[in-house]
Design a protein around this ligand. Structure first.
Ligand SMILES: Cc1ncc(COP(=O)(O)O)c(C=O)c1O
Length: 460
C-alpha cells in the first residue's frame, strides 16, 4: 500500500517528510510509484525490497502502466492533431523483446538501426510492414535480411546504400531519405545529429540528386524525407525549425521528423510535455508541409526514460574527506552518464522518508574514476545492504550495458498492478564464458604456451 503517491504533474506542493525532497522526486520517478508504509519505494504497486530479493541487483524496473500511458499520449496526441500520422518507437532506447511487443500493442510502428535490433523486433512478432530501418552504414547482409523479412520502409542514408539497394532489390521497396537539415540542436555534443557536420544523412544538394536517382529506379518507391536533429532536446522551437528545414527538400508524401524530445532527469530540470512537443511540431507542419502528407515522429528517450528505475545494492561506504557510497553496478550498466555527463538523482529506496543528511558521491564498481553515478547525491547516511534507486533510467541504460570488469547485464522486470514479470534475465557468467569457447579448443590452448626465443635468453 502506498502512503504517498505521485501524479503526472510535478508535485512540489505534496507534503515531503521533513529533511527530504520526496515531493519533488515524484515528478521524475515512474508515474506508478509510491512510498510503502515501511518507507520503501514501490513501482507498479510492488516494493523494491521484494524485487531486489526476487531478481537481485542491479535491476532495471519498468512501470508498465506508465509506459503504456506515455505511448498513448504520443499516438493519440499526434493522431488528433494530424490524422495521417505514424509514431515510431525508436527502439535503440530500449531494444528488448518485451518493449517491442508493448510498442506494437499500443499502436506504434518501430524503428530499428542495425541487424540486431531487426532480429529482436522480428523475434518479438512485430509486423515487418511496421518496421523502419535506419543506419548510416547498413551492410549488404543487413539490407538483405531486412528485404527478406519484408521490411516496411528503409531510410536511406547515402549513395553507397543506394548502390547496394540497386544490386539487392528484386521487388518494389518503400524508401525515405535522411537529410542533414543544418539545425544545431542545443544538447550534449555527442547527442546532436542535425548540424552541417553530421555523419548522418546527406546535405540538401546531394539529397536532391539521391532523390532523382530513387525516382528513376523502377523498384525504388521513394516516399519522402527524414531527419533527426539529436536527443535530449529541451526547447520545442528547435523541432519547429527542423520541420521548416525539412520542407525545403520538396513536396513529398511523407515527412519523418525523427525523435529527440528531452526528459526531466533532476529536480531542477524542466522538459516540455508531450502535448507541448506535438503542438510545436504540428503547428510548424501546418505552416510548411503539404496538408495531405503523412507526418511521422520517432520518440525513444521521452517514451521510455521515466518509466524506468535502476535498483542497486550499496556495497561499501567510505569517509575519506568525501563520502563515497559504492553500489553493485556502475558505468557497465549506466554508461550514458559517463558519455554525456547528464546529471541524475538517486534515493535510498528502502529508507525513503528518512532525512537526507549527507551529500555523497554515488559511485559504481568499475575501475574508472569517471564511474560516478551522481556527483553530490543528498541521502540519509547509507550503509551496506541499503537499496539505491536511480530514476529516469529507462532509456539507453540497458542499450549501452557492457561487460566492463566482467560485469553482467542486469535483468529487466516489468511491474504493473502489484505484479512483476521478468522480461530479460540477468546475464550469467556462463553467458560470458560461452563467447570464449573457441579459446578452450585443444589446439588453441596449445598455441598459448610460451614460445622459447633464444634471443631473449637472459630475460626468459
Ligand atoms: C534516427 C533516430 N530517430 C530517433 C531517435 C530517438 O531519439 P530520442 O531517444 O532522443 O527520442 C534516434 C536516437 O538517436 C535516432 O537516431
Amino acid at each position: 500500500m502506498s502512503i504517498i503517491s505521485p501524479t503526472a504533474e510535478p508535485t512540489i506542493e505534496q507534503p515531503s517528510p521533513e529533511g527530504t525532497r520526496l515531493g519533488e522526486l515524484w515528478s521524475i520517478f515512474p508515474e506508478e510509484s509510491g512510498c510503502d508504509v515501511d518507507g520503501s519505494l514501490t513501482v507498479g504497486g510492488v516494493s523494491v525490497n521484494e524485487l531486489a530479493e526476487q531478481y537481485g541487483t542491479p535491476l532495471h524496473i519498468i512501470d508498465e502502466a506508465g509506459l503504456r500511458r506515455q505511448a498513448r499520449r504520443f499516438v493519440d496526441g499526434l493522431r488528433e492533431r494530424w490524422p495521417n500520422s505514424d509514431v515510431l518507437f525508436a527502439s535503440k532506447s530500449l531494444p528488448i523483446v518485451g518493449m517491442y511487443r508493448l510498442a506494437q500493442e499500443e499502436g506504434l510502428s518501430i524503428d530499428v538501426a542495425g541487424g540486431g535490433e531487426l532480429k529482436l523486433a522480428l523475434a518479438a512478432g512485430v509486423d515487418p510492414e511496421r518496421l523502419h530501418f535506419h543506419g548510416n552504414a547498413k551492410t549488404d547482409a543487413e539490407l538483405q535480411d531486412a528485404l527478406d523479412a519484408g521490411i516496411g520502409v528503409i531510410i536511406v542514408d547515402n549513395e553507397h546504400e543506394l548502390d547496394r539497394l540497386e544490386r539487392l532489390l528484386t521487388r518494389p521497396q518503400r524508401l525515405l531519405l535522411r537529410v542533414i537539415p543544418g539545425v544545431d540542436a542545443v544538447t550534449h555534443a555527442s547527442q546532436a545529429t542535425g548540424g552541417d557536420d553530421s555523419k548522418f544523412g546527406l546535405p540538401m544538394d546531394q539529397a536532391l540528386r539521391a532523390i532523382e536517382r530513387m525516382r528513376a529506379h523502377p523498384l525504388m518507391d521513394f516516399e519522402g524525407v527524414h531527419l533527426h536533429i539529436g536527443s535530449q532536446i529541451l526547447g520545442t522551437e528547435q523541432f519547429a525549425e527542423a520541420v521548416e528545414k525539412l520542407s525545403t527538400a520538396g513536396h513529398f508524401n511523407t515527412y519523418d521528423v525523427g525523435g529527440g524530445l528531452g526528459v526531466k532527469y533532476t529536480y531542477s530540470e524542466q522538459a516540455p510535455s508531450v502535448d507541448e512537443y506535438l503542438d510545436a511540431i504540428v503547428e510548424a507542419a501546418k505552416k510548411h508541409l503539404p496538408a495531405d502528407a503523412k507526418l511521422m515522429i520517432e520518440p525513444g528517450r521521452s517514451l521510455v526514460a521515466r518509466s524506468g528505475v535502476t535498483l542497486y545494492r550499496v556495497v561499501t561506504v567510505k569517509h575519506t574527506g568525501r563520502v563515497f557510497v559504492a553500489v553493485d553496478g556502475g558505468m557497465a550498466d549506466q554508461l550514458d552518464i559517463a558519455l554525456t555527463q547528464q546529471r541524475y538523482e538517486a534515493v535510498l529506496a528502502n529508507r525513503l522518508t528518512e532525512p537526507w543528511t549527507e551529500t555523497v558521491q554515488l559511485v559504481g564498481r568499475q575501475c574508472e574514476s569517471g564511474d560516478l553515478l551522481v556527483d553530490g547525491a543528498p541521502l540519509p547516511a547509507a550503509k551496506p545492504g541499503d537499496l539505491v534507486a536511480m530514476p529516469v533510467t529507462g532509456a539507453y541504460a540497458y542499450t549501452m550495458a557492457n561487460n566492463y570488469n566482467g560485469a553482467l547485464r542486469p535483468a529487466i522486470v516489468f511491474v504493473a498492478d502489484g505484479e512483476a514479470r521478468l522480461v530479460a534475465r540477468r546475464e550469467s557468467y556462463d553467458d560470458l564464458l560461452t563467447l570464449h569457447e573457441p579459446a578452450f579448443a585443444a589446439e588453441l590452448t596449445h598455441s598459448f604456451r610460451p614460445i622459447h626465443n633464444p634471443k631473449l635468453k637472459d630475460t626468459q
